[in-house]
Design a protein around this ligand. Structure first.
Ligand code: ATP
Length: 401
């Protein structure tokens, strides 16, 4: 069975097409990395999977159920780490986890979860308003893990985490997959994706431009590798003989070195390159191969005019992780009025369910139809209303737009 399935899903916000006729299938038990540049439509897709946003057209099925009609059941079986997670400042970490346990009607030990995500016992009863970004992120993960969910949806999970925290996050993701959970996570931190995902989907302008294992993507981009060769010294004639070889696309000297050269070539051209240098009398003292990095792959699929991989891949800047971890705590400023009071400890999805039952199709659907001109704003407000009252893990992203 597929854990997540989207068929022909489009989401239009006024004149912005956030997701465009998207087909996506995530198999049960796999770790699926969802990549894409800023604004590609990742969060919108995740929000549709969670029924926080409804598709303009198309169908979304999660754990074999309809994402809209069965959203309460789906949310009970799903653990979510939302982008821009905001804590309740005055509640302790322990209270947050207890809230999640109560919401899910789960049988879980808050301490075990807090410990699992690496929060120290001395922090468990501190107010989460004093937590660092990384601690907030760990707390969000602890809440997502409550009740051993069948599906984990992690939106930028390593945001705000230091390298050790990111590694712990990966270990937990792997352990969850070993337990049988499906993990769907979006990230800009490509190393995270590479280290942990079985499959990767790359979204661009709301469309899936690539979907494969990392290896498969590499092959699709051309499988070109970079040979870094250390020589005792090399002249232009020898370099020309390498340039003339079949499968070699580029030969450059490494600036500042005496005899190091870099050769971009197909996998099967490597031995020819070394042979040609030796034939030209060049002493090769060492060489190693660098595979195309995930950054290169990402850029190949997401840059340029076409939605197919290009060849360019030097500008790693573009693929750097954004600093959206800032939202983790600052977003708490957007808490609902009267945040002096503790939030009501209602089961997750209660308000949503009532809203859905109010008119049979959900208030949002109606609002979208009647207020077409201000669709985005309408959803924004509504998302806040629904999620803040029911779930402190709810994203505030739509509010901020
Ligand atoms: N509530 C909304 N109202 C209006 N436009 C929206 C809304 N939500 C998303 N969009 C637009 O839809 C597009 C996709 O946004 P989305 O947040 O899904 O992208 P993303 O891939 O998650 O980006 P990022 O990596 O920056 O978080 C963007 O152009 C965004 O401005």
């Amino acid at each position: 069975m597929t854990a997540i399935e989207l068929h022909g899903v489009t989401k239009q916000f006024a004149d912005v097409t956030a997701v465009d006729d998207l087909d996506l299938a995530v198999e049960e038990g796999e770790i699926y990395g969802f990549l894409g540049p800023n604004g590609a439509g990742k969060s919108t897709t995740i929000n549709m999977v969670l029924d926080l946003v409804r598709p303009t057209t198309g169908t979304v099925t999660v754990l074999g159920r309809d994402a809209t009609a069965d959203s309460v059941d789906i949310r009970r079986r799903t653990g979510v780490l939302p982008e821009g997670f905001s804590v309740y400042d005055r509640l302790s970490g322990r209270k947050h986890v207890e809230f999640a346990i109560e919401s899910k009607e789960a049988d879980a030990e808050p301490e075990a979860l807090l410990e699992r995500v690496g929060l120290s016992p001395e922090d468990w009863d501190r107010k989460a308003g004093g937590y660092s970004k990384g601690m907030c992120q760990r707390l969000a993960l602890a809440m997502a893990l409550v009740g051993e969910p069948e599906l984990l949806i992690l939106d930028e999970p390593s945001s705000g985490l230091d390298p050790a925290g990111a590694k712990e996050m990966r270990d937990i993701v792997r352990a969850e997959a070993d337990r049988g959970a499906t993990v769907f996570f979006s990230s800009h931190v490509l190393g995270q994706v590479e280290a942990v995902c079985d499959r990767v989907g790359i979204l661009r302008d709301g469309t899936l431009v690539a979907e494969d294992s990392i290896e498969g993507l590499r092959d699709a981009v051309g499988g070109e590798e970079t040979l870094d060769i250390e020589t005792a010294g090399v002249d232009e004639t020898a370099l020309e003989s390498v340039r003339a070889l079949e499968g070699v696309s580029q030969v450059t000297r490494v600036e500042g070195s005496d005899g190091r050269i870099r050769v971009n070539c197909a996998d099967d051209a490597k031995t020819r390159v070394i042979g040609a240098l030796e034939d030209a009398g060049v002493g090769v003292s060492d060489f190693h191969t660098e595979e195309a990095s995930l950054e290169d792959l990402f850029l190949a699929y997401t840059e340029g005019d076409s939605a197919s991989p290009g060849t360019d891949g030097d500008d790693e800047e573009t693929a750097e992780a954004p600093t959206d971890g800032d939202e983790a705590r600052s977003a708490s400023d957007d808490e609902p009025e009267g945040d002096d009071d503790e939030p009501e400890m209602e089961p997750e999805g209660t308000e949503r369910d009532e809203a859905g039952e109010a008119d049979g199709t959900g208030e949002r659907a109606e609002a979208e139809e009647t207020e077409e001109t201000d669709e985005g704003t309408e959803e924004t407000d509504e998302g806040t209303e629904e999620t803040d009252e029911t779930d402190p893990t709810a994203t505030t992203e739509e509010v901020e737009r």
